[in-house]
Each structure stands twice: as structure tokens, then as C-alpha cells.
Design a protein around this ligand. Structure first.
Ligand code: GLN
Length: 291
């Protein structure tokens, strides 16, 4: 337990540090629980006045398809992205639409497997990856990340009445843990040396939905997934519950190709404006109401 938490801490701390290097906006991250903005110092407000606005920076932007902002996501991650009929909705879909509007681009959403998003952004297939994606040290080697717009933590879903009551029970027992392939839950849980259950007790799924089906069918004993989708899955399926875990916070941000600095700047400017005018807080509150 302790080791697992410590490992998470180090990944996140490192990620936060690198994140600072990768992005240039001074916008504070909106928290999924309290999407409030921090007070900026006089020096910071002065600096941001001299930065280009989203509208000013859009002239230099080149995208995969001219006039369009192509976003890759995996739409099985409620409330960040999920299907409502044919449409993909959620916090990420709405924030990306607001960003695209600011940049004068049409948002196009591609629903792909989560573990193909970074490579797709890196190779120039998509302009952005926006998928409740955690900033990690490793991912920062392949892509840039925008300013963070939300936070998440890892949770464990079990069947109601399960003998797994704590993360310690999960790690010490012989239980099988389902994860979504390539996610931070997968990374942490596969690493037995740092508090995870280890490779041989991991079952990888294409998405959270498939993991939930396997849990309900008794093929796995638990799922490690981000807290908001965990809550949504537990609400939508009878007989599941979430273990309260003291996991560390992860920062969600938009992945952008390292070859497209202009797009990174423009997106950070747009996110800054959307944070300041309350749009981001409003979108998060719509999907994760605090009142
Ligand atoms: N936040 C997790 C990650 O970035 C999971 C994201 C997701 O499954 N969409 O790995």
C-alpha cells in the first residue's frame, strides 16, 4: 500500500514538474471537484497580458486537415467522453469544442483505442489527444501536454460483498485485476516492485466497459480505473462498489505533437481564456455537479 502510494507520488510529482516545462500558460488546473481558479499575482497577470490571445495565435496554426481540429479520444470514459446515441459527449468533448471555436476550427472527434492515441498524435494522424489523459513523465517524451484542465485519481472497483476491502488485500491476495490497456492504472498495477499486483495478475482490456463486463462475469476480481469513470460505471451497473483509496492526484491535459508548437501555444491561450471566463468550470460542473 505504502509503496504503491509512494510510486504514484513520484510519477505524479515528476509529471507535474515536466508538465511545467511542456506548457507555457499560467492557467491553474481546474479540479474535477472544485473547478476554481487560483489568484494570480500582479506579476503573473502582467505577463499574461503580453501573451498572444487565442484569436491572435490562430493565424499560425497548421492542423492535420485544414480548418479542422482532429481530436482522438476513447469514448468509454464517462463523464469525460462517452456516447449519447451517435454523438460523443462529455467534459473533454465540450472543452475541445470550446477550444476549437476559439481557434476558428471545426472539431472532428475520432473514437479510437486509448493506447493508440499518443502514437497517433506523435505521427501526425491527429492534432490532439483529449481523453482524460494523465500527464506522465514517459508520455512527455513523445508529446507535449497543454495546461492541465482537470484532475483525477485511481480507484478500485470490486463486486459488492467482495473480500477485497483495501488495496493491501488486493495486492497481497492472488486476485486478478482488470485495467484499460496503456492507462496509468495499467502502468501502476503491472509494476509489482512498486506496489502493483504485477504483470501476471493483470488482465488488459480495450476499454473500461469491457473490464466491467469481465468483472460482472467473475473473470476478474477488481478493476483499477480513474475515479470519475469508476463512479459512472458503478452507478450504471448493479452490484459493484468502489474502494476508497488514498491515491494521489493526476493531472489531465491535452496531448499535442511536439512538432506543432503553434498549436500548443494556441490551445494554452484558449484554455487560459476559457478558465478565466468560467467556461471550463461550467462544463465540469455540468457533468460532475457539486451541488
Ligand atoms: N487517466 C488515465 C490515463 O491517462 C486513463 C485515461 C483513459 O482511460 N481515458 O492513462
Amino acid at each position: 500500500m505504502k509503496t504503491f502510494t509512494r510510486k504514484l507520488m513520484s510519477v505524479i510529482i515528476a509529471a507535474s514538474f515536466c508538465f511545467g516545462l511542456a506548457s507555457c500558460s499560467k492557467t491553474p488546473a481546474a479540479s474535477t471537484t472544485a473547478a476554481s481558479s487560483e489568484t494570480t499575482t500582479a506579476a503573473e497577470s502582467k505577463a499574461s497580458e503580453s501573451e498572444t490571445s487565442a484569436a491572435e495565435s490562430k493565424a499560425e496554426i497548421k492542423t492535420v486537415n485544414a480548418g479542422k481540429l482532429t481530436m482522438a479520444t476513447n469514448a468509454t470514459f464517462p463523464p469525460y467522453e462517452f456516447h449519447e446515441g451517435e454523438k460523443i459527449v462529455g467534459i473533454d468533448a465540450e472543452i475541445a469544442k470550446a477550444v476549437a471555436d476559439k481557434l476558428g476550427l471545426e472539431l472532428v472527434i475520432e473514437d479510437v483505442e486509448f493506447d493508440s492515441i499518443i502514437a497517433g498524435v506523435q505521427s501526425g494522424k491527429y492534432d490532439i489527444g483529449c481523453a482524460g489523459m494523465t500527464v506522465t513523465e514517459d508520455r512527455l517524451k513523445s508529446v507535449n501536454f497543454s495546461t492541465s484542465y482537470a484532475t483525477g485519481i485511481q480507484s478500485i472497483i470490486v463486486k459488492e460483498g467482495s473480500e477485497i476491502k483495501t488495496i493491501d488485500d488486493l495486492v497481497k491476495g492472488k486476485y486478478k485485476v482488470g485495467v484499460q490497456s496503456g492507462t496509468t492504472g495499467d502502468i501502476y498495477m503491472s509494476d509489482a516492485e512498486n506496489g502493483g499486483v504485477g504483470e501476471d495478475r493483470i488482465d488488459r482490456f480495450k476499454n473500461g466497459n469491457d473490464a466491467v463486463i469481465a468483472l460482472l462475469a467473475g473473470k476478474i476480481d477488481a478493476i483499477c480505473i480513474d475515479n470519475e469513470p469508476a463512479k459512472a460505471y458503478v452507478e450504471a451497473n448493479k452490484g459493484l462498489s468502489i474502494l476508497s483509496t488514498p491515491f494521489t492526484e493526476e493531472k489531465y491535459a491535452i496531448a499535442i505533437s511536439k512538432d506543432n508548437e503553434a498549436l500548443l501555444t494556441a490551445i494554452n491561450n484558449a484554455l487560459d481564456e476559457l478558465t478565466k471566463d468560467g467556461t471550463i468550470a461550467k462544463i465540469i460542473e455540468k457533468y460532475i455537479p457539486t451541488k
